[in-house]
Design a binder for this molecule. Structure first.
Ligand code: SF4
Length: 312
């Protein structure tokens, strides 16, 4: 059993070497409707634990073969923060990683445990999932183990965002008819305004899910993205960008659209026809539109919005 996979190239995080902290089978405190892994009842603790030495030896070997990576990504067939030796693992990785960044992809459920909270503070980058902001929708989409409550998760993400010195990313995965209603988006928006983060990735299902649920197409994601406060760094992550039909936008429409929500290069490619892209370039030359880079993603936004501050 090898606990290392990759390197894989991710546009959002660079060249990443993955470390699987539950390599034998799925062990998770959620049983999300959209999970890419087979359905499995949510559990509170890992029942099968990979020895720390095994993971470290696998990682050292992989780093010798692949020294030119950007990031070591801690992940799992399930939830990586359930791994009981996470803190010593991170401490050991810090002694061998050199300039490589460390990243964890977590469902956020264990963050209300103070030990996990303090352990994640040691990482360079943290990506936390937040699929819902209300208890009913949270239980419907993420199907957590007994005792895991969304209010505690939101509280811990908010506190974490205030003290974490690295880069924090939030990921929201939208499922048709489950967490895409206007009231839920409003609740998520309200919650996100209290969280300091580098970027909010808004995505949907793009691989076969564990249960019979459906994702949204790009235009639906795009419409929902406009319900979020324009000052939130929302980034649409969708393999279905290509399904959008590029349309003409006047200069004023471009300014109004970007005022509602900054768009990424991918969004522009999906939404704007060629003439509209030229108009966008003119607006950039005239200084009316600025480009902001946030962790490998370029956002286009009206220049006058750059100095506006988020309010909470
Ligand atoms: S948190 Fe991740 S691994 Fe766990 S059930 Fe949800 S999608 Fe699957």
């Amino acid at each position: 059993m090898n606990t290392i996979f990759g390197p894989v190239h991710s546009r959002r995080f660079g060249v990443s070497l993955g470390v699987d902290l539950s390599a034998s089978h799925k062990q998770c405190n959620f049983d999300c409707l959209y999970c890419e892994l087979a359905p499995a009842s949510a559990m509170e603790h890992q029942q099968s634990v990979t020895p720390l030495e095994t993971i470290l030896n696998d990682l050292k070997e992989a780093l010798q073969k692949h020294p030119d990576i950007d990031v070591i990504t801690l992940t799992a067939n399930g939830e990586p923060t359930m791994y009981p030796y996470l803190e010593p693992l991170i401490d050991q990785i810090d002694t061998i990683k050199g300039n490589i960044q460390t990243l964890i992809l977590s469902n956020s459920a264990c963050l209300s445990d103070q030990h996990v909270f303090d352990t994640l503070l040691k990482l360079d980058q943290v990506k936390l999932s937040l699929d819902a902001a209300t208890p009913d929708v949270f239980k419907k989409i993420d199907r957590p183990a007994e005792g895991i409550e969304i209010d505690a998760i939101i509280d811990s993400i908010t506190r974490f965002s205030q003290v974490f010195q690295g880069k924090l990313f939030i990921e929201i995965l939208l499922v048709k008819g489950v967490n895409d209603a206007a009231e839920e988006i409003d609740a998520l928006n309200h919650t996100l305004l209290g969280i300091r983060c580098e970027r909010i990735d808004l995505g949907t299902i793009d691989r076969p899910p564990a249960y019979g649920v459906q994702g949204l197409d790009f235009s639906e994601l795009y419409t929902l993205s406009q319900h979020f406060d324009p000052l939130l760094p929302i980034h649409i992550v969708s393999r279905t960008h290509a399904s959008a039909i590029p349309s003409p936008y006047s200069e004023q429409e471009i300014l109004t659209t970007l005022d509602k929500r900054p768009l990424t290069t991918e969004d522009i490619d999906a939404l704007f026809d060629e003439q509209s892209k030229e108009r966008l370039q003119n607006l950039i030359s005239e200084g009316k539109i600025a480009q902001i880079e946030r962790s490998n993603v370029i956002f286009f936004t009206p220049t006058q919005n750059i100095d506006r501050k988020r309010v909470k």
